[in-house]
Design a protein around this ligand. Structure first.
Ligand SMILES: Nc1ncnc2c1ncn2[C@@H]1O[C@H](COP(=O)(O)OP(=O)(O)OP(=O)(O)O)[C@@H](O)[C@H]1O
Ligand SMILES: [Mg+2]
Length: 317
């Protein structure tokens, strides 16, 4: 049984007021997204800014509800089980956010920060056991057990991210969702944190959902990836297959790092924001940017098809 199964998830948001002249009053941040993550597996999600990565992360963490579809943790449907059961299940999936400054409360010391999930889930722990668990976790992530008395501002960016990882690991989860967790770090620090993540993954047989716009990071840490374009998975498969032979034109563009798809390119970002709500649902969503588009791409939307275990949504593959 898969550890996590995302099943035909759709997430719609109301259109902002200024777009209400459009035919539809909602837009789909996620459209029919399905995939599974096995125990101990590292699964990457890539795609440019605004494609729905964080929306997906929030839904998998049960912090947000899908409009349609659902997510299973083992055989528990996260959105139909009673609240008390969901609360207990939460120990099995934890999240590490992008910003190690914003995600750690600056007024709290490391001890209560790292112990926070324990305080919710293991209220019966004695003070000593609680502190011991935190100290142990700190040493697991390469920090010092004396660090429990310090405040977040006394650490470097990389160390803060280690604190965030310690907090995520303290309930011994089986899945960690890491949303752009190393993006804010310098490249050399990034490498250290990524190595730590990979060591911990092996040691604890952890599954990772690893979200990043940085393809080299995703290639380094994941076994499988899904490429998302405007809320849809357009390509999915083993990381090495996709990096060796990308099949979808969007993945090819991403891998060639053509400036058009550079997520930091402000002009492109602005253009996408403008056209986002005007998409014709009856053609391929990538048509306006696709160098390989043909007539058939105008007529309907391509669905994911299996090409030797590698899923691609493109008529021309
Ligand atoms: N609460 C919300 N209400 C309305 N629209 C939202 C909301 N949250 C996200 N969106 C929209 O959904 C789309 C996907 O957003 P999301 O944050 O998932 O993107 P992302 O892929 O994580 O982007 P980034 O790489 O910049 O973090 C965006 O167009 C965003 O504006
Ligand atoms: Mg995001």
């Amino acid at each position: 049984m898969a550890l996590v199964r995302v099943d035909k998830v759709i997430r719609e948001y109301r259109l902002p007021q200024k777009y209400l002249f459009q035919k539809a009053s909602v837009f789909r941040a996620l459209n029919n997204v399905s995939f599974s993550i096995e125990t101990g597996e590292s699964f990457g999600v890539v795609g440019e800014s605004g494609c729905g990565k964080s929306t997906l992360a929030r839904i998998i963490m049960a912090l947000d509800k899908p409009t349609e579809g659902t997510v299973y943790y083992k055989d528990h449907d996260l959105f139909t089980i009673p609240k008390s059961e969901l609360c207990q299940l939460r120990r099995h999936f934890q999240m590490v956010f992008q910003d190690p400054y914003g995600s750690l409360n600056p007024r709290k010391k490391v001890l209560p920060i790292v112990a926070e999930p324990l305080d919710m889930l293991e209220k019966q722990l004695s003070k000593k056991d609680r502190a011991d668990r935190v100290k142990l976790m700190l040493s697991e992530v390469g920090l010092n057990s004396n660090d429990i008395e310090k405040y977040p501002h006394e650490f470097s960016g990389g160390q803060r991210q280690r604190i965030a990882i310690a907090r995520a690991l303290i309930t011994k989860p089986s899945l960690i969702v890491a949303d752009e967790s190393v993006s804010a770090l310098d490249v050399s620090v990034q490498a250290q944190v990524l190595n730590l993540i990979m060591d911990l993954q092996e040691k604890y047989n952890l599954a990772f959902l690893f979200i990043s716009h940085d393809l080299s990071v995703v290639e380094f840490v994941t076994q499988k990836i899904a490429v998302i374009y405007l809320g849809r998975i357009v390509e999915q498969g083993e990381t090495k297959d996709i990096f060796q032979q990308p099949l979808h034109p969007y993945t090819k563009l991403l891998l060639n790092a053509i400036p058009d798809v550079d997520p930091f390119n402000k002009k492109v970002k602005k253009k996408r924001e403008k056209t986002r709500y005007q998409i014709d649902e009856t053609s391929c969503q990538f048509i306006d940017r696709c160098p390989e588009a043909t007539e058939i791409c105008r007529q309907s939307e391509p669905q994911l098809k299996d090409h030797n275990g590698h899923l691609v949504a493109c008529f021309n593959v």
